[in-house]
Design a protein around this ligand. Structure first.
Ligand code: BGP
Length: 486
């Protein structure tokens, strides 16, 4: 019997303004944290820490620099000028949904401006109109590594409570403006990523807090985002009846490296480290084990009287997540290889292949993740990031990316198993970087995820012309047949 995805399943792709748009100083846009993040082509791509270390001096240099080739997110895929042809190509593939983000600094260039920037608002009106023209539903992330840099320099980013009010004002403006165009929203991309890259997620720079425990600063900033997220959910529901708001987490499945109880315990604890943020946003309260962590590590998180009530009152409607890999947890064995080269350092699983960047490829892990999340929350899921970062070669105007097709093929089959056999409710799937964009961890263009190739190198040289890869036609078929061709 032919198997298919449920009717109305939202197939599509995802990008984020900071990695796709470019146009960093056009249309009245202010500078964001990402516009100041440089690549380090001389540093080993596996050395994620060195790739992403940010000091105050780096930002000073970035603000002065006119050499955009060092700051790839300033040009990115130049979606700012190409979005019409890109959306047309998405439509050709049959996209039902396009996940994108709004750059906060296009709407409020400094974050604390009194009036929004009309040109920025108009830009997204045009983008949404283009989607709607083709019957593509926009799914919008309100904040995807895009805080205005002004907030870092003048308020210490999300460490400051005042930033909640600025974000709320931004959300009020975008929800009011786009209420007839956007139904699906996500508040913060990978809210947990504050731990791994506090600069791009929260606008935090460690050396600006010489007298404080930086872990405490990170959790304080995250607390502010939880409150802001709940308030954003409230605003969305009030302004846009029928709208759906999701949280967004980095989903990793952890396997015990052996069946020794200490490894199983370690895996359980590692799993909790991925759940604790979605627990907070779905149940509307901090899980006991996170509060215990605050206590045990002496992290003193300032919460105002009403914060917990707000979080409780406005939980999310659905659970979205990124899934790229699984990992192993080992307590009993020492000296194991690690799979590094990414935002998440993991113990290598000897049974799994890995991408060129060491990300372990595990389609069954996706099914396990879906089942775990659905069992835990009983809320609809949305897979909003997944895909294979690879070094593609453009030959004769196309890329023969059979490796990417193979990757998607096995992942889609496991998704279908989760839906059909395990009874998981899943609203849709948006592959990450459906058109090539700048990678977050490496800040390089040459780690590509797209069905569409963008002719541009790590330094921003190229024609920026778009070329459909082999996977473009394959994905089109998957969507057309709603998975029956798999
Ligand atoms: C997620 C981020 C994305 C994206 C993706 C792939 O963590 O939400 O912004 O970049 O990972 O990561 P990378 O670009 O480092 O390959």
């Amino acid at each position: 019997m032919t198997r298919q995805f449920p009717k109305g399943f939202l197939w599509g792709g995802a990008t984020a303004a900071n990695q796709y748009e470019g146009g960093w100083n056009e249309g009245g846009k202010g500078m964001s944290v990402s516009d100041c993040a440089r690549h380090h082509l001389d540093v080993d791509v596996q050395d994620y820490k060195a790739q992403n270390a940010v000091t105050s001096k780096d930002i000073e240099d970035a603000l002065k620099s006119t050499d955009d080739s060092l700051y790839p997110k300033r040009h990115a895929s130049d979606g700012y000028h190409h979005y019409k042809e890109d959306i047309k190509m998405f439509a050709e593939m049959g996209f039902k949904v396009y996940r994108m983000s709004i750059a906060w600094s296009r709407i409020f260039p400094h974050g604390d401006d009194t009036e929004p920037n009309e040109e920025g608002l108009k830009f997204y009106d045009d983008v949404f109109d283009e989607c709607i023209k083709y019957g593509i539903e926009p799914l919008v992330t309100m904040s995807h590594y895009e805080p205005p840099i002004h907030l870092t320099l003048n308020y210490d980013g999300w460490a400051s409570r005042e930033v909640i009010d600025m974000f709320v004002r931004y959300v009020e403006v975008i929800c009011e403006r786009y209420k007839n165009k956007v139904k699906y929203w996500l508040t913060f991309n990978e809210v947990d990523s504050m731990i791994r890259h506090p600069y791009t997620t929260g606008g935090l720079i460690e050396d600006r807090f010489p007298d404080r425990n930086f872990t405490e600063v990170i959790f304080q900033a995250m607390h502010h985002q939880f409150v802001a997220s709940a308030l954003a959910t409230k605003i969305c529901h009030e302004k846009i009846p029928g709208s759906m708001v999701g949280c967004m987490l980095t989903k990793l499945t952890y396997y015990p490296y052996t069946c020794k109880p200490e490894d199983v315990l370690q895996a359980q604890q590692d799993m909790r480290s991925t759940y604790c943020y979605s627990d907070t946003q779905v149940f509307g309260e901090y899980p006991a084990y996170l509060l215990a962590k605050f206590r045990n590590e002496g992290l003193n998180i300032q919460m105002e009287k009403d914060d917990l009530n707000i979080m409780k009152k406005y939980p999310v409607d659905f659970v979205s997540f990124s899934y790229y890999m699984s990992s192993c947890s080992a307590k009993s064995v020492e000296g194991l290889d690690t799979a590094v080269g990414n935002t998440i350092t993991a113990v290598k699983n000897p049974y799994l292949p890995a991408s060129d960047w060491g990300w372990q490829i595990d389609p069954i892990g996706l099914r396990i993740s879906m089942v775990d999340l659905y069992d835990r929350y009983r809320k609809p899921l949305f897979i909003v990031e997944n895909g294979l970062g690879a070094k593609d070669e453009l030959i004769d105007g196309t890329v023969d990316d059979q490796y990417r097709i193979n990757y998607f093929d096995v992942h889609f089959k496991e998704m279908l198993n989760a839906i059909e056999i395990d009874g998981v409710e899943c609203l849709g799937y948006t592959s990450w970087g459906c058109i090539d964009i700048v990678s977050e961890s490496t800040k390089q263009m040459s780690k590509r995820y797209g069905f569409i190739y963008v002719d541009c190198d790590d330094l921003g040289n190229g024609t920026y012309k778009r070329y459909p890869k082999k996977s473009f036609y394959w994905y089109k078929k998957v969507i057309e047949t709603n998975g029956a061709c798999l």
